[in-house]
Design a protein around this ligand. Structure first.
Ligand SMILES: Nc1ncnc2c1ncn2[C@@H]1O[C@H](COP(=O)(O)OP(=O)(O)OP(=O)(O)O)[C@@H](O)[C@H]1O
Ligand SMILES: [Mg+2]
Ligand SMILES: [Zn+2]
Length: 311
């Protein structure tokens, strides 16, 4: 004989997503749903519903930082933009390092160690430079090779999403693994993203790898907010002069072709690499350099585009 479900259980089963809520004439649930994958205010509700994914009340905007290929500066951009935004004490910023293959955020934030468990037995993100950071790098032994197959990647990503007690957040930046394959598409779909930023180098633009990244997000139903041209030009560390080694305005032309905006151009500069390796992003260590200013401008553009208000 089956036991009748409690009203709390029925509530949880019923209130799966905003479409169900709307049908029931209700607003967002005030409880965290069991087995919930998160949805947020700017998510494409239709696709969340179609995917049969439940929603929780977590309300931050989520933005992926991605690229068509590896090593173009996604993680560095994510870290600097997050720290730039977090300089505003009213804004609560988090980073989800979704690069389970080669997590970089622990190094970029100078963070080590295991997350502690909350009362609800969820992992508490580590924190530095006023940013909450969660990364598979905190859970793996250092130097342990992460050999993942597709389903394992998804379950690792689900763990990072659901088993983490993010504090109050206005914006969660998602540092994506390189590439545009199935793994990246499913991450994009599960995250209920408000949008994506494509990081590209000028060579990358020439090879139109950036286009692959944009096509991927289109397929996942995620809008591309704009492009960051990284290593756009060489900024001489001695005299500061600018050398457009790859020609100028390449990103602007390419972005116009794709119908998207350039959010900013970041110079190729030793200080960016050095400060990254030291766990102290350039926007904090050398805030008045052109490199730091480039990231701060990108952060400001993003904030405007997303209309992030503090909570
Ligand atoms: N503008 C820049 N000037 C100098 N060095 C940079 C710049 N941007 C990134 N780097 C350096 O380039 C390397 C790759 O950057 P990063 O790890 O951010 O790229 P990624 O796209 O996240 O790579 P992956 O695809 O492996 O995740 C790092 O050593 C970083 O310090
Ligand atoms: Mg990276
Ligand atoms: Zn010089």
């Amino acid at each position: 004989m089956s036991t009748p479900a409690s009203s709390a259980q029925q509530f949880r089963t019923f209130l799966k997503c905003p479409l169900d809520l709307a049908a029931a004439g209700l607003r967002r649930p005030a409880v965290l749903l069991e087995n919930a994958v998160i949805c947020h205010r700017a998510a494409p509700v239709q696709s969340t519903h179609a995917a049969g994914i439940g929603c929780s009340r977590i309300d931050e905007a989520r933005v992926a930082i991605a690229s068509g290929k590896g090593g173009v500066g996604k993680s560095t951009t994510t870290a600097n933009v997050a720290v730039a935004l977090a300089k505003d004490p009213q804004l609560k910023i988090g980073i989800l390092d979704a690069d389970v293959f080669g997590p970089s955020q622990p190094r970029l934030f100078g963070l080590k160690g295991r997350p502690e468990a909350s009362e609800a037995q969820k992992m508490i993100p580590l924190r530095n430079h006023s940013v909450q950071v969660m990364s598979m790098g905190f859970l793996l032994e250092e130097d342990a090779p992460a050999v993942w197959r597709g389903p394992m990647v998804m379950s690792a990503i689900d763990t990072l999403l659901q088993k983490v007690e993010w504090g109050a957040l206005d914006l969660l930046l998602v540092d994506m693994p390189p590439g545009t394959g199935d793994v990246q598409i499913s991450i994009s779909q599960r995250m209920s993203l408000a949008g994506a930023v494509i990081v590209s180098t000028p060579q990358d633009l020439a090879l139109i790898d950036a286009r692959k990244g944009m096509a991927m997000f289109q397929k996942a139903g995620v809008s591309v907010l704009g492009m960051v041209e990284n290593m756009s030009h060489y900024a001489c560390p001695s005299c500061g002069h600018r050398d457009d080694i790859f020609g100028s305005q390449g990103a602007v032309a390419a972005a116009a072709d794709y119908g998207i905006q350039v959010l900013g151009e970041v110079p190729l500069n030793t200080v960016i690499r050095q400060t990254s390796d030291d766990g102290m992003p350039v926007v904090l260590s050398d805030p008045s350099t052109p490199s730091a200013e480039a990231y701060m401008n990108i952060a400001a553009r993003l904030k405007d585009m997303l209309s992030i208000d503090s909570i």
